[in-house]
Design a protein around this ligand. Sequence first.
Ligand code: BGC
Length: 769
Amino acid sequence: MRRNCWLVACALLCCHMASFTQQPATRKASEGAVDERVSALLRKMTVAEKIGQLNQLDYPTHASDDRVRSGEIGAYLNLTDPVEINRVQRIAIEESRMHIPLLLGFDVINGYRTLFPISLAQAASWDPALVERVHAVIAEETSAVGLNWTFAPMLDIARDPRWGRIVEGSGEDPYLASAMATAKVRGLQGRELGTPGRILACMKHFAGYGSPVGGRDYDSVYLPEVQLQNVYLPPFHAAVEAGVGSVMSAYMALNDVPASGNTHLLRDVLRDEWGFRGFVVSDSWAIHTMKNEGYAKDFAQAGELALKAGENMDMGSETYFNYLPADFAAGDVSMRELDDAVRPVLRTKVVLGLFDHPYVNVSKTEAVLTNPSHRLLARRAAAETAVLLRNEDHTLPIAKSIRSIAVIGSLADDPAALMGSWPGKGVKKETVTVLAGIRERAGASVQVAYEPGVMLKREPQTELNSDVMGNNCTTADPVIEKAVAASMKADLTVLVMGEDASMNGEYGSRASIDLPGRQLELMQRVAKTGKPIVLVLVNGRPLNITWASTHFSSILEVWQPGTEGGHAVADLLFGDANPGGKLPVTWPRSTGQIPIYYAHNATKVNQESPDFKSFYWDEPTTPLYPFGYGLSYTTFKVHDLQLSETRIVGDGSLEANAIVENTGSVGGDDVVQLYIHQRAGSAVRPVRELKGFERVRLMPGESKTVRFRIGRKQLQFWSPATRAWGVEPGEFDVWVGDDSRASLRGSFVVTASSKSASLQAQESGTQHE
Ligand code: BGC
């Protein structure tokens, strides 16, 4: 390990991070003053001006200075030129009657100019502090161009990797995803909304979007309340608790009611139960498409239904702009309803400080976007998010004796593949490819040959092109032969396989998680060389690598690692960094196993250990790799689990602690994970659920005691019997270890308090801590 290099990088980063904690005092006015300012505006605004505040249009497709001037537009999306931003903002502020600034939003999902690893990868870091820093940099770059709003974080739990947008979220688990949600909101918005250099976050897609029928993007979602509450809503609730300022409702229908017109989600849950005070924006054109879905009989009704359900802003479709005036004139929408819709939008503009500091200092923009410390952080993040899935015979890190490497696979030389499906304003030529990273690190003494092998192309698999996709192809192919020849000549082969950026993300659903194209054939031919092979996966979802998992000595999952991806991959391959990421999703063996997730319920089979005890006769029911799994170049031992109590009352808490020890010969990171299980209660509970984790960095021989608090937050669940959140008395199992199969076990009992916690929750109407 080149420890010095790693330590220098960490030291530089620490200096950089310090600047995040030294934000200047914010411009936040008191709640009362904000409300008064908004009421004063509302008193003066015409109906048309109010409706204009609810109208967000795409730039430049629907850009119009005249309409900004006349107050018909409250927000733009996709306007990213800082000079143009100032010009348009000036029209809104100086030339419109009410002088109301524009909200300017853009999808900054894993970075603006500096691209960080995609969200699924960030979850694989299990490091909320790192993710918060990443999002602070994302906010800094975004605000440096004059944007004040982003449509992130995406908080959809996804348990079906066929769904292309699994790449944009934090995986399958509500606890991990909630920690990521909190970190992202804090990073983007700062300590509070209106913090200079930060922006307005928008949690999306509210709610259930990650569970479409068949994994097909936009398809209907059916989620019983018990699953919605316990699995899909917690990350959103965590974001609200962290102060998220805006929400994007989802495209699809949840239990047959489109999310854009879903009063239960937008009012009962979001506002009444969670006390959310920001505003809700529709997904793009989603108010309009309620007619296509057969929920509204025409566009006028779509607008009315959305407004009454609690949708504040109409993204793109102008349904509000076109139809609300008539609804209002006919008395179908009252002034009070209109004001209620506009108030949170105005409130947000005031709290963000847009009235007082609307313009961006264009002379500073480029320096912020090209700040070298951002790239340093991107490199560290990419290294921390990689997951080592297999490492037989210590094939990795690459031995110093290796003199020649064959890099095979078109993804190795494709910057776009590293940037992800929302590349922001990332620049391809600024992105370090895997090939470039390996070449740079290998230096003159190691020969690096490159062969792209089979090319990847997103196209449907039909009978006609099945040869192109490769599954039926048996004839020799020069590109494959060249790759095999390169591998034969090299001491080590690095195969870079996976998906290009067009193959996942929005519209990126697939019927199969097999490696696309002829990659399996290529891998099988290269494997026959008998040479040591490292498989590097570049992708945004778990893929079927079951064959590879027994044929290659090492497999390193690097996801779509961003601008500095190639450097980070080289750091990992050569041992300058040590992989410490863990899977945020259960990795299936095949498409047929989907959905498969660790927090499943027990079955009728009597079982002592929580395991996958439902059956297929043609496939094991265990996944290829479990949730929370990931290897390291060193080894760790987690031992000595201790519980501070063995009995607590319903509203009490206990501490679980365990020692984690680096038992290997190099420094590295482990993620200690705590799982619990309630043995019996008013509803069946999952065999185990993540309820605590900590990423720990240890030098060889070093150990640390990791402490977890288990209290109401960890013990409660939403019971279909009581239709409320609460802690139920009973026996609990607890496991600590470094993946979801953790075997260090304890147990404790929760006794009833004088008044059951469940009952208290019902009475106070609260759901979470
Ligand atoms: C996506 C959103 C995105 C919006 C604006 C939609 O198609 O679903 O996630 O924020 O477009 O670009």
